[in-house]
Design a protein around this ligand. Structure first.
Ligand code: NAG
Ligand code: NAG
Ligand code: NAG
Ligand code: NAG
Length: 570
């Protein structure tokens, strides 16, 4: 008989006891793992909590309104709305000097849709009722009268429409203005537009086509005539888009998915910006910054520009805002990580301190650009959104260094306003960089630029003001996050300058030259244009700065790149 039989048969009771004990312990352990592991993991990685963004002591948001100033901004909105209503109702925009009209956004009444969320916040109910009726009854999204730009249409139209439903759900808009029935109708119309825009993402990579043909439901390239007319524009083999076009759809579309339950919208927008977030061409010496533009057939960069300025801006803006909107998404930690890297690169690789000049001893911090091996010492007004975004993300992630960077860059933007004869900043300016390692490629050339540099420490590259909101936007974040009174004062100075120089009998107009000395009794040289972001953003942020800090609180709301509000999840 083989020995093991014997051993078995003659099994020692103590051995058996040991075996049973071991089995017990093992099964207890397995049970423990099965039932306790998830909690153990949850303890280690707590569920994300909604962070407080606004100054802690304003939790209850009372008694902080600047009544007189707030009313003055509201009056400007009133003047803007009724000027448009009288002369341009139903067109995209009014020409504020001549009183003529123009369509640049498919003629769906961009002004009405884009400014509607400002009317809602300001409680301008009569005006909002007129706008809602127009949106529900008169806009025909099936009839665009030309190709549709998915980027502009998403941020201006889709964003505003989605936001109106959010504002109604949060009871900011009362049911007397938007009934449950109107809300349903609005959401249906919003989803119709959202679905119409989906062919934009039907490219080999999921990156958006520059235009959509609403008749054939296909994505198409830029109209070729644009390139033919402008030989200075680079010509790429395949359609190419900047990071902003690929990466500024996610908030609008994910809120639409939340409201409708249809995952297509958020899914396509996520697929598009995945090429940026998990970019294969990110280089180690500036992680977080992506090269642009990007070929939509291959997802390869065809240019070597890296910056937070025009064409790239709102991708970086949306990284932190997407992590606020989707904190429970498994991707959120990537969005946060990318944003932190991009913010650090903004600090180390793009920011540049200006050299003092002969008549101007102070030195400000500005944001330049990288183009391949070159540093471009040039900033546009558009980049002045970045200080506010750094304040938002810096506060959310408890990164005091990024908050301070935001404040320093905002002070640079302020200098571009405060030092001009009109008190309004130019569209593009340039400076002489203090650092010998990154001294930039531009120098002042004309006598005017040389004298501007001597007296202001920067020179103007494009002297227009186009009613842009970015400076006001950053002041809004700075005020709500730090509570420093000076930001309110800077906002008031800028608003008063706009009221003085931009107001026309029909609305508000841009300026041809912010450096032109105003002549008493004479109109400034106006630009006969008024884009919808004047009402959607510039006036909204100005008003919010003087309104009670509890209204449109950053603890409750995320603002889109066009100033439309989406609710933060609990
Ligand atoms: C806010 O209000 C609540 C209840 O009214 C009160 O308990 C709390 O102390 C207030 N917080 C602040 C920061 O004033
Ligand atoms: C859309 O495509 C159709 C078919 O190719 C074409 O006839 C039409 O002109 C296009 N629409 C626009 C606005 O280009
Ligand atoms: C960005 O700055 C970091 C830190 O100073 C440096 O190591 C890196 O080489 C810079 N990258 C570029 C592209 O300039
Ligand atoms: C930047 O520095 C380099 C080398 O120090 C110099 O050759 C170049 O002229 C400088 N450019 C400007 C715009 O000052």
């Amino acid at each position: 008989m083989p020995p093991y039989y014997r051993r078995n048969r003659n099994r020692n009771p103590i051995t058996t006891f040991k075996f049973v004990c071991a089995a017990f312990i093992l099964s207890f352990y397995l049970l423990y793992i099965a039932f306790h592991k998830p909690q153990a993991v949850a303890r280690k990685y707590p569920k994300p909590q909604r962070t407080r963004i606004q100054l802690e002591k304003w939790k209850n948001g009372t008694g902080k309104a600047g009544q007189m100033r707030k009313e003055r901004v509201r009056k400007a909105m009133h003047h803007t709305f009724w000027g448009y209503r009288k002369k341009a109702w139903g067109f995209d925009d009014i020409m504020p000097v001549s009183g003529n009209v123009y369509n640049s956004r498919n003629g769906w009444g961009a002004f009405i849709v884009d400014t509607s969320t400002t009317l809602a916040l300001m409680g301008m109910w009569e005006e909002l009722r007129l706008s809602l009726d127009f949106i529900l009854d008169d806009i025909d999204f099936d009839n665009p009268g030309g190709l549709v730009d998915p980027f502009e249409t998403t941020i201006r139209y889709l964003g505003a429409l989605v936001s109106l439903t959010e504002l109604a759900d949060a009871k900011v808009i009362p049911t007397s203005v938007m009934s449950a029935e109107k809300r349903q109708k609005l959401l249906k119309k919003t989803e119709h537009l959202g679905r119409r825009l989906l062919p934009a993402y039907n490219s080999p990579t999921g990156l958006p086509w520059p235009r959509v043909n609403f008749t054939t439901h296909t994505g198409v390239a830029d109209p070729p005539t644009v390139h033919k007319l402008d030989p200075s524009k680079p010509h790429y083999k395949n359609p190419a888009v900047g990071p902003a076009r690929a990466g500024s759809n996610i908030l609008e579309n994910c809120v639409l998915t939340k409201l409708t339950g249809n995952s297509d919208y958020c899914g396509h927008a996520t697929g598009s910006w995945a090429h940026l977030v998990w970019n294969r061409w990110i280089v180690d010496d500036a992680p977080g910054l992506v090269d642009g533009p990007i070929d939509i057939f291959t997802a390869e960069p065809v240019g070597r520009q890296k910056h937070w300025d025009a064409g790239h801006d709102s991708y970086y803006e949306y990284l932190i805002k997407a992590s606020l909107l989707l904190p429970h998404s498994p991707n959120a930690k990537w969005y946060t990580k990318r944003w932190v890297h991009a913010a650090e690169a903004l600090r180390h690789n793009l920011s540049s301190r200006a050299k003092p000049s002969s008549n101007y001893a102070e030195s400000h911090l500005y944001m330049g650009k990288i183009n391949g091996p070159w540093y471009l010492n040039e900033q546009s007004h558009l980049a002045c959104f970045a200080p506010g975004n750094l304040l938002l993300g810096g506060r959310h992630l408890n990164r005091g260094d990024l908050v301070i960077l935001g404040q320093a860059l905002l002070e640079g933007c302020r200098h571009s306003y405060q030092t001009t004869p009109t008190g309004i900043g130019p569209e593009v300016w340039s400076w002489s960089a203090a650092s010998p390692y990154r001294n930039g490629t531009f120098t002042p050339t004309s006598p005017r630029q040389i004298s501007e540099f001597a007296n202001h420490g920067f020179w103007v590259v494009d002297p227009q003001y186009k009613l842009r909101p970015e400076y006001m936007e950053s002041l809004f974040y700075a005020w709500r996050i730090t509570g420093e009174q000076r930001y309110r004062e800077w906002a008031w100075q800028a608003f008063e300058a706009m009221e003085t120089h931009c107001k026309t009998p029909n609305g508000f107009a841009g300026l041809k030259d912010v450096m032109a000395k105003p002549v008493k009794g004479e109109n400034p040289a106006w630009v006969d244009e008024s884009e919808s972001f004047w009402g959607a953003e510039t006036l909204k942020y100005a008003w919010l700065i003087f309104e009670d800090v509890g209204v449109g609180s950053l603890d409750e709301w995320i603002y889109s790149t066009e100033g439309h509000l989406f609710r933060r999840p609990p």
